[in-house]
Ligand binder design. Structure first.
Ligand SMILES: Nc1ncnc2c1ncn2[C@@H]1O[C@H](COP(=O)(O)OP(=O)(O)O)[C@@H](O)[C@H]1O
Ligand SMILES: [Mg+2]
Length: 426
């Protein structure tokens, strides 16, 4: 069985690695991939852009690919699944209609309202004056969100009315292009954030282990938002009782309302949640794909073959699959970025020490890297993430940081406080 993975991040390296683990998948092709997927045994890269649907379809057909796994949200929102399905190619990932759950925050909010899924109260605006009047009336703190995909930069948690007004002006001023011509303004929730990634075949939905990521660039959760600087799983914040509530109050109603709308959603439904001080789970957003770096801590703990889960979703037989099996222990991931990220940073620095880092049993999931004849070079903001499994969080993080200390590239930056919520040793 051959599987084609679309994307080039740490998430896709982790997906490829996991798909190859059981031995049933003989080959993974990653497009466009990165230095990690280029050097992973039985994996190779294909030089097609994630938006080259025709090229991807042709490759899948000619090479008899069993199924395609779509990593990032952009191609899903642009309809890659619809395009491939028309040519009878099996895909793990929702179609264009389903991907709206991430690609339009206004659409997702309306869906949640209709299904009575707990979430922040919100109002949707298509013009600046009305949005600003609303913010003045509501007061701060308040959250301003560009409706569409904005690469993680479309949300402002405003502590003052002025900051909210500035965010509204930026959105309607075109800062996020078409993604900002509609704005969602939300009540500001407090509490702790957690990610619950679930897999679904459109009827049955099952959560994976809960994970927590770290979005801010700086220690103590300060500074700019990033794609994610580290993660851990399973997040102790989500007790079995809390997971049951998330299943009953959020995941099941979400898949039911999607079905009611005629949307056959097969893939990952990722619920970004706030656990409020009262102990209630509320949805901050839904994503239509695996999280990065959550995937890099959830998949190492998964014992059930990932290809079995994905095929069950594709064939709409998830209910027939036995309960997912998990390894014991906890998993920690620390991301190393290029100095300057998430703003301006350099590329092309040689990376050393990956083998040494992995010799202790840690996994190095590469993201912004490129395999060149002269060696591995940095090629992006988030360069790689080191994941390690331990008996508890102290042990897992100790191992992840020890492995990371073997790796070097010029301008390497990482947070030393990843997992601060769950570590007793720092
Ligand atoms: N209603 C809210 N209350 C408090 N914080 C929020 C709220 N909505 C979003 N945030 C914060 O902003 C971050 C980004 O918002 P999110 O809706 O996840 O957008 P995206 O991931 O598309 O940028 C969240 O992870 C959370 O920290
Ligand atoms: Mg988010």
């Amino acid at each position: 069985m051959k599987v084609l993975v679309v994307g080039n991040g740490g998430r896709e390296h982790a997906l490829a690695w996991k798909l190859l683990e059981s031995g049933k998948v003989k080959q993974v092709i990653c497009t466009p991939g990165n230095g990690g997927t280029a050097t992973l045994p039985r994996c190779q890269n294909l030089a097609l852009n994630v938006k080259d649907f025709e090229g991807i379809a042709r490759f899948a057909l000619v090479n008899n690919v069993a199924f395609v796994v779509v990593g990032p949200e952009d191609p899903l929102a642009a309809g890659i699944t619809d395009f491939l399905q028309e040519q009878k190619i099996a895909v793990f990932g929702p179609d264009k209609l389903g991907a709206q759950i991430e690609a339009s925050k206004a659409w997702a909010k309306a869906l949640m309202l209709e299904a009575s899924i707990p979430t922040a109260k919100a109002a949707v605006f298509n013009n600046r004056e009305a949005a600003q009047a609303y913010v003045k009336a509501q007061g701060a703190p308040i959250v301003v969100k560009a409706d569409g995909l904005a690469a993680g930069k479309g949300v402002t948690v405003a502590d003052t009315v002025e900051a909210a007004e500035a965010a509204i002006a930026a959105a309607f001023g075109g800062q996020f292009g078409a993604a900002g011509k509609t704005v969602v303004i939300e009540e500001c929730l407090t509490g702790q954030e957690v990610s619950v990634l679930a897999v679904t075949d459109g009827i049955t939905i099952r959560p994976l282990l809960p994970a927590q990521d770290h979005k801010r660039i700086g220690e103590n959760d300060t500074g700019a938002n990033t794609g994610g600087m580290g993660a851990y799983a399973p997040a102790p914040l989500v007790s079995p009782a809390m997971m049951q509530r998330i299943q009953d109050e959020i995941l099941e109603p979400a898949i039911a309302i999607l079905r009611k709308k005629g949307i056959d959603y097969r893939g990952v439904l990722y619920a970004g949640l706030m656990i409020t001080p009262a102990g209630d789970p509320k949805v901050i957003e839904f994503n239509c794909r695996f999280g990065d770096p959550e995937t890099q801590v959830v998949l190492p703990l998964l014992h059930t073959p990932l290809e079995d889960i994905m095929l069950a979703c594709i064939k709409q037989r998830l209910a027939d699959l036995p309960e997912f099996e998990w390894k014991t222990g906890t998993c920690a991931c620390v991301v190393a970025a290029s100095e300057g990220y998430p703003d301006i940073y350099k590329k092309g620095a040689p990376i050393t020490g990956i083998e040494a880092a992995e010799s202790s049993g840690a996994f190095v999931f590469q993201a912004g890297t490129q395999a060149k004849p002269q060696g591995l070079l940095t090629d992006g903001g988030r360069v790689l993430g080191v994941s390690a499994i331990g008996e508890g969080f102290d042990h897992a993080f100790e191992q992840a940081y020890a492995a990371l200390s073997q790796i070097y590239f010029d301008g390497m930056y990482f947070r030393r406080d990843i997992g601060h919520q769950v570590r007793t040793i720092r």
